[in-house]
Design a binder for this molecule. Structure first.
Ligand SMILES: NC(=O)c1ccc[n+]([C@@H]2O[C@H](COP(=O)([O-])OP(=O)(O)OC[C@H]3O[C@@H](n4cnc5c(N)ncnc54)[C@H](OP(=O)(O)O)[C@@H]3O)[C@@H](O)[C@H]2O)c1
Length: 212
C-alpha cells in the first residue's frame, strides 16, 4: 500500500519505518520536511514531504501529530486528499498541563472525543482510532512474555477497520474492535492509564491485553 504519514515525532517515524519494514511505500509529512532528514537518511526507501504531499500520496493516511494541532494538520493536508481514505488516528487530546500525580489531563470530556471531532470536521475520511494506547517504542512488533498485546480500535467504516486490522496483524497486535467512533471516548483515555506507571514509577514497557 501507499501510506502517507502526517507527523515528524516519534510516533510518525516509528510507524513510517514499520510500514517500510513490511514493504509498503511511505511518504512522511511535516510543515518543515527538513525535520525528517535524519529519518529519510536512515530509511532510504521512504520519502519526506509536506502534510498535503503525504496525504495526497497515501492510499491510507496516518495522523500522528500533537493532539491539539490535529485539525490544523488535516486542514493543511487537505480534505480532498483524505476523502474516501482510511485515516489511522493515533493522536491523544492532551491538554498542555503537567500530570497530577502521574495522571495526564485531556481537553475532551467523556461525552466527546478527539476522533469524533475530527470525523465531524472531515466527514468523507474514514477515521480509525488506533495506536494511541501504547508508547511509540512498542508500536511495531513489541515482544512481551505475556504474548501479543491488544490494540483497541473504533471507527464508522467497516472496510477501513478491516484495513487497519490487517496492519495491526503485521505489527504484532490482536485487534479489539469497539465499534463506532464514539468508542474513542474510552479508547483515548487508555493513554492516561498507560502513562501512569511511567510517570509514577518510570515503567514504560507495558501494553494492554484483553483476556477472554
Ligand atoms: N509519543 C508516544 O509514545 C505516543 C504514543 C501514543 C500516542 N501518541 C500521540 O501521537 C501523537 C504524536 O506524538 P509524538 O510524540 O510522535 O509527537 P508530538 O510531539 O506530540 O507531535 C509532533 C507533531 O505535531 C505537529 N504539530 C505541532 N504543532 C502543530 C501545528 N500548530 N500545526 C500542525 N502540526 C503541528 C508537528 O508538526 P511539524 O512536523 O510540522 O513540526 C509534529 O509533526 C500525539 O497526539 C500523541 O499524543 C504519542
Amino acid at each position: 500500500m501507499k501510506v502517507g504519514v502526517l507527523g515528524s515525532g516519534s510516533v510518525a517515524k516509528t510507524l513510517a519505518s514499520g510500514f517500510l519494514k513490511y514493504g509498503h511505500d511511505v511518504t512522511v509529512g511535516s510543515r518543515t520536511p527538513a525535520k525528517l532528514a535524519d529519518w529519510a537518511k536512515d530509511n532510504p526507501k521512504g520519502r519526506a514531504g509536506t502534510f498535503s504531499e503525504a496525504a495526497a500520496f497515501g492510499e491510507i493516511v496516518v495522523l500522528a501529530v500533537k493532539g491539539n494541532s490535529a485539525a490544523e494538520a488535516l486542514r493543511a493536508a487537505g480534505a480532498a486528499n483524505l476523502a474516501g481514505k482510511t485515516v489511522i488516528e493515533a493522536t491523544n487530546p492532551l491538554a498542555d498541563l503537567p500530570p497530577t500525580n502521574g495522571v495526564l489531563h485531556f481537553y475532551t470530556t467523556l461525552e466527546d472525543s478527539q476522533c469524533e471531532r475530527l470525523q465531524r470536521e472531515f466527514p468523507d475520511a474514514h477515521f480509525v482510532k488506533a495506536f494511541n494506547s501504547v508508547g511509540a517504542p512498542l508500536m511495531v512488533n513489541p515482544q512481551f512474555a505475556g504474548g501479543k498485546p491488544t490494540m483497541f480500535i473504533c471507527g464508522n467504516d467497516d472496510g477501513a477497520k478491516k484495513t487497519v486490522t490487517a496492519i495491526l496483524d503485521q505489527f504484532g497486535f490482536e485487534t479489539e474492535d469497539l465499534g463506532k467512533v464514539e468508542a474513542a471516548r474510552v479508547i483515548e483515555p487508555l493513554c492516561i492509564l498507560w502513562c501512569v506507571p511511567g510517570f509514577v514509577r518510570n515503567e514504560w514497557r507495558h501494553a494492554f491485553k484483553l483476556l477472554k
